[in-house]
Design a binder for this molecule. Sequence first.
Ligand code: SF4
Length: 370
Amino acid sequence: MKFKSITVHPEVVHMPITKHLPHFTTSANSPKLSDYKQGKRHLFVAPKKGRLFHICASLDTRYICCSTHVISHISNCPFECTYCFLQNYLTDTTLTVVADTKAIIQEIKEKTSLQPWRLFRIGTWELGDSLAVSPLNNLAIELVKEFTKLDNCILKLRTKGSAVEPLLDIEHKGKTVISWTVNPPEIIKREEIGTATLDKRLRAMEKAAKAGYPIGLHFDPMILFKGWEAAYLKLVKAIFTAIQPKDVIWISIGSLRFNPEMKKKIENNYPSSRITAQEMILGDDNKFRYPRPIREEMYRLLLSFLLDAGAGECFTYLCMERWNVWERVFGRCPKSIGHLDYLMAKAVHNRFPKSAPVKPQKEHYLKLTY
Ligand code: SF4
């Protein structure tokens, strides 16, 4: 994808990422675009201002959340998922990346060294896609290298793209997980505009697994449509033809959700989308979701497909769901958010010891407060 303009802040003009930019102008100000779609075509490379490392902003103590951490150094994304919350979130929509990886790593070191016993899973996808375009991939390469030195941290790159080539030959020591959000081709084509096809994602997944990267899978958002059952079965089969369950570090499952303001934006921005046509109910967190029995049916069916595909050993969890839904889907539920954090750390330590060399101690995790 070609950007219409690339602007680099003078303070970061000497940073390595600028060598990978085909052309750019220098200015301390981003183009400050407010149109959501237009902002995706203009790149601003910025210095680090303020804190970028924090716990996932969606963490909500009404749910059993996975308490992932994030670095918010990417803002906006060249892809156009119809359900993307960014269309109702960004004020300056210019695609912005923070170039100063060393300063980002320094902040991560300062925070994570305070809890050396804890496994920090740290994503770069909070406000964008980790690997959507080549300048972002060069920042990802810098982060992958730096994370090899952080014992109690795992870098989580999450994408709907396929541009993994530059990551394949670099030393990662199993400290980076490359994750894909996955959906059936029908949904990718209609609702994940501009992203890689399923086939391209699977080929990239295969290459990343061969290069020794642990793979993350995110069936989130699952979307209802006519024939969804057969489509998700086909999807699971296709994934586990491309890669093996032993390559997969974790699997998350969630369903479509958005707030009422988003509904209007989706209908205006993407009139051919069908995601707002299904019956949804508004929860006390001000988000529309499919009714609970339908969500549970979707999750249970997907889980049965995963078990049939031999993926029962992969740590599987629900995103933004309550205790009762966990119980009905898995027949069990973590006692708290801290307990889920511990269970994930334990599963990673047992199955991917290079990724999590520190043996997790349950008592530390159970004392965590949110
Ligand atoms: S890939 Fe993620 S950030 Fe990009 S448009 Fe889709 S949902 Fe939004």
